[in-house]
Design a protein around this ligand. Structure first.
Ligand code: ADP
Length: 179
């Protein structure tokens, strides 16, 4: 599923983000930038040890929730990995939706800052961090759409959703935007 916004588009697909050939892929990292499970584990396994060595050297204080930092790609066929820190879901009254939006926005700013034309996102915070998938889809896609509509650069934005349920949730929301 693919929808055009200004000069850019959002494309949804089901799959494994480590297999995407784009300029930048986004990792759902934790604020200590310590290698964890889920998509973070998969990205570090595929990228090799150099990525973790780089992030510990460049970002010894980690990365705050709602922000993102860049590293090289290691062995992955991309130019950059953006390590984004989404919120842990604590019931929704702790600013989690705005923190999730901020994590996506920061990655899109890095995409422009590092002169990338294409980026692939996972469904940040919807795994171990427990953010409800429907609400995550709404906030993630709405923030991305708003960013694309307010920036002239032509960006190809993929959401690479790992399982059919997450893909369906994102597709429902993106479909709803068109109505
Ligand atoms: P978080 O800690 O931010 O919740 P997780 O990695 O636990 O991050 O989960 C985020 C999402 O990434 C979940 O939907 C999970 O199913 C998905 N995921 C796990 N492995 C991959 C992968 N290789 N490619 C894309 N998405 C993945």
């Amino acid at each position: 599923m693919k929808v055009q916004y200004g000069n850019s588009h959002i494309e949804l697909m089901q799959g494994d983000i480590t297999l995407q050939r784009v300029d930048a892929i986004v990792n759902a990292a934790n604020s200590d930038l310590i290698v964890g499970g889920g998509v973070d584990g998969a990205i570090h396994r595929a990228a090799g040890a150099s990525v973790n060595e780089e992030t510990s050297k460049r970002y010894p204080l980690g990365c705050p929730t709602g922000d993102a930092v860049a590293s090289g790609p290691g062995d992955l066929p991309v130019k950059f990995i953006f390590h984004a820190v989404g919120p842990v879901w604590r019931g929704g009254r702790d600013g989690e939706p705005e923190q999730l939006r901020s994590a996506y926005r920061r990655c899109l700013e890095l995409t422009i800052g590092y002169q990338c034309a294409s980026i692939a996102f996972p469904a940040i915070s919807t795994g171990i961090y427990g953010f409800p998938v429907d609400l995550a889809a709404e906030n993630s896609l709405d923030e991305t759409r708003a960013f694309l509509l307010s920036h002239p650069a032509a960006l190809a934005v993929q959401f690479v959703l790992f399982d059919a349920g997450t893909y369906a949730a994102f597709a429902r929301v993106l479909d709803g935007f068109a109505e």
